[in-house]
Design a protein around this ligand. Sequence first.
Ligand code: GAL
Length: 650
Amino acid sequence: MEQSRWLRRTGPARLEYGADYNPEQWPRAVWDDDVRAMRTAGVTIVTLGVFSWALLEPAEGQYDFGWLDDAMDLLHRNGIAVDLATATASPPPWLATGHPEILPVDADGVTLGPGGRQHWRPTSPVFRTHALRLTRALAERYRDHPALVAWHVSNELGCHNVHDYSDDAAAAFRSWLRTRYETLDALNAAWGTAFWSQHISDWAQILPPRRAASFPNPTQQLDFRRFSSDALKEHLRAERSVLREVTPDVPVTTNFMVMGDTRGMNYADWAAEVDFVSNDHYVQPGPGRDELSFSANLTGGLAGGRPWFLMEHSTSAVNWQPVNRAKRPGELARDSLTHVAYGADAVCFFQWRQSAAGAEKYHSGMIPHAGEDSALFRAVTDLGRRLGDLATLAGTPRTPARAAILFDWESWWATEADSHPSSRLRYRQEALDWYTAFLNLGVRVDVLPVAAALDGYALVVAPILHMLPGALATRLTGFVAAGGHLVTTYFSGIVDENDHVWLGGYPGPLRDLLGLRIEEFGPLLDDEAVTLDNGATGTLWTDRIDVTAPDVEVLARYTSGDQAGRPAVTWRRGASYVSTRLGPAGLAPVLGDLLARAGVTSELPPGLRGRVELAVRGGYRFLINRTASPVELDDGTELPGTGVVIVAAR
Ligand code: GAL
């Protein structure tokens, strides 16, 4: 990662607070109310212009910056900084109708129409030309504006348009493949095209994996995912180049979406492209709050442990889930402070004032429909005050834990590809299960991109590390040889970077390390479960394990199902294997044992473990109540339900 840069700002360091601000949705008179209320709430920064293209460039090449000048000046007069968007996220109607060749095409060949947002092909040269022209115009206009502290490229790149199957995409995919493979022989070998009569004899025969009669070639699908992530990254770089040329002193960021099931963008690969990492996170009812913590933690990992910018989350309900629950009292502050605990130096929301019209009018904002006289605005103001008091945290790195969970986008993609032994595996859920198990035991763990340095970690968990290139296998083996403890799970170490199976028995390059060999997988049907002799229940998967080394310890055996009597969980000189999905409850005893072997202990008193989550940064301990009930801390004070206390580390 390049040396990270924070906002172009003077004055004492502080945690920033704010929102997406869309003044163009409101009459001018409301803006004065807005800035007054922002000051009341402790707002220090807003993101401006995210969806403003149609108003900034109402006709091709004709700009109307007057209203934006006014908004920038007004904000500056009120001491509020601006993270200015390049406004290219959503093309205006004149562009989409005048140049329909910018519109994305789905896998079925359907062209997506305008009328929503983000209806552009990442590889469209026409779109790129228009987007870069607007970017340059904005950069030149606002380069010296004192409110400008950062550039916000586009918005949530890939939220709706990551996989485009258009002819532009086909051409760009071919050129990406030429760079990757150089020769068709190499491409044919990597794609395994001897299978199903897929041999390619001319580059022109290569297409995106459009809807096919049967499973498209798996390596083609994998490469298309890589290419699609890269195509958006190229767009980020293209806008960034213009911005750096015109305003070299202004840092550039774009908001990632490390959350839930969003998987199209390999953020581990994008993180080095921005001056500081930004993330958007929305809580979803199913995965719950541990998912928020996991995402914040992983975002911190992407930022290399340095501070990052929470660009968006919600004060209360969103509008895009089947049912949109309001946050309960305390959740607003707890969610925000959890992000801060894992390194956020800015806490921002979508959006400042809840819209009265448009598709997001039922999405919460900092000022709800009810106005400032509302419990929500009071909670927003309280949080602003609290963040103001935490200025000493600004700029501080997180304190590394002794355990880590590795996260790998390519294994995510490869694990959940089609034509597999089971379509039920969920890569991120397995990682999250382990995370919850750590939290349940009260043990801190860092979530890291798989390429992160592992020095200093005593225990590393690599859940479903399905794609294991040889170099990574060597690195993990070296980590164990150097005294580290590695845990991996079912369906790990199965394929190389081309999605070719490592032969000779599973899990190929980890067989010797683990001292076991698997000849056949044993996926379970939806209504099947197996029991283990430690009392746990396994679902989803089993392996028929043969132990191949004398020093393998069997930590748990199957007591039912096809593998009854065989090992379920093993350990060999610091390398451990878990062959079924145990879920957080089933993982707890296993993880407890592995932590003890690795010498990793909880930093919380026994009474708090599981109920309280601990994070440490900048010499402060964050104690986050995971429950809705009060918890008595060891100093006799009470941590309210859903509450967070931040105390100087002893
Ligand atoms: C994000 C987006 C925002 C807003 C928000 C609603 O995807 O960047 O503009 O739509 O979600 O949750």
